[in-house]
Design a binder for this molecule. Structure first.
Ligand SMILES: [Zn+2]
Length: 128
């Protein structure tokens, strides 16, 4: 549990009195009086251990975001590669079609005739 971990590192600083100015620990949010604040890298903590944990988990988070960015970048590259391959295939197909329009048309015509023959033979059989 995250809370158990916080209890481990965060000391129990004396509660500020009502008329005392207080700040909160950036890790555990406990109220702190000025003389008990431990400042590190512009953050305020109740103790050195809290600062260490906060800054190390922050670094872990940054590492994670860095890896996430890298992963997304790789995915984007993969997408671009796949799209270029598809574009190349489409372009090649178009080139083939435009250079062999007659052949493609003939093949289509042949297919239509075969389909018609098939349809006719099926109809003839069902007529019998
Ligand atoms: Zn704390």
């Amino acid at each position: 549990m995250a809370n158990d971990r916080l209890e481990e590192v965060c000391s129990n600083p004396p509660m500020p009195k009502e008329n005392q100015k207080s700040v909160r620990c950036d890790l555990c949010s406990k109220p702190l009086v000025a003389e008990n604040v431990f400042v590190k890298e512009g953050k305020r903590f109740c103790c050195v251990a809290a600062a260490a944990q906060y800054l190390s988990s922050n670094k872990t988070l940054e590492d994670f975001h860095g890896r996430d960015k890298k992963r997304k970048f790789v995915q984007a590259i993969k997408k671009v590669v796949i799209l270029s391959i598809l574009a190349a295939i489409a372009y090649g197909g178009y080139q083939y079609w435009s250079q062999n329009k007659d052949k493609v048309r003939e093949a289509g015509q042949e297919l239509r005739e075969k389909a018609k023959d098939l349809e006719n033979s099926v109809n003839e059989r069902s007529d019998e």
